[in-house]
Design a protein around this ligand. Structure first.
Ligand code: 4NP
Length: 157
């Protein structure tokens, strides 16, 4: 399974999502490829925002080695699932989809927790108080990704 997490800058929300999902996948012995990207290019090559690193570390997850990359249409070809943090990210991704199959790979991450509500993971860049909220939301969503993979595994038996 290849999973891509996408936000705007790839320094706050999606690096956390990447770190949380990787942590859970490793715990479950799942050999997944997990990356993150931003629709914008401003922070390419940078480590995650110190506030995201701090909240991750507080939950026992090290995201300091991650480096920001910009989303590219190529990601739609190579990843199985692409999770957008908000509807603006979602629109920016799907306008590059060349096929229905590519479009169907993309979903809003919080729809895993509250289906069809199209809830956004709030952008914490200008609000320090949101980092823990963002962590908790992404933790719930990533829990669901792992749970869904269990269902898939059971079905294949
Ligand atoms: P992210 O947060 O999309 O969660 O990484 C942001 C980071 C940087 C900016 C905006 C959002 N920025 O405008 O530089």
């Amino acid at each position: 399974m290849k999973v891509l997490m996408v936000c705007l800058g790839n320094i706050c929300r999606s690096p956390l999502a990447e770190g949380i999902l990787r942590h859970k996948a490793i715990e479950q012995g799942l050999n997944w490829q997990i990356e993150s990207a931003g629709t914008g290019a401003w922070h390419v090559g940078q480590a995650p925002d110190p506030r995201s690193q701090k909240v991750a570390k507080g939950h026992g997850i090290d995201i300091s080695k991650q480096r920001a990359q910009q989303f590219s249409p190529y990601h739609l070809e190579i990843f199985d699932k692409i999770f957008a943090m908000d509807s603006s990210n979602y629109q920016d991704i799907i306008r590059h989809a060349k096929t229905t199959a590519e479009k169907e790979k993309v979903s809003l991450i919080m729809n895993l927790v509250e289906p069809a509500m199209n809830k956004a993971v709030p952008d914490p860049y200008y609000d320090d108080s949101l980092y823990e909220v963002v962590y908790e939301m992404l933790n719930e969503a990533c829990e669901q990704i792992i749970a869904n993979s269990d269902i898939n595994r059971d079905e294949s038996i």
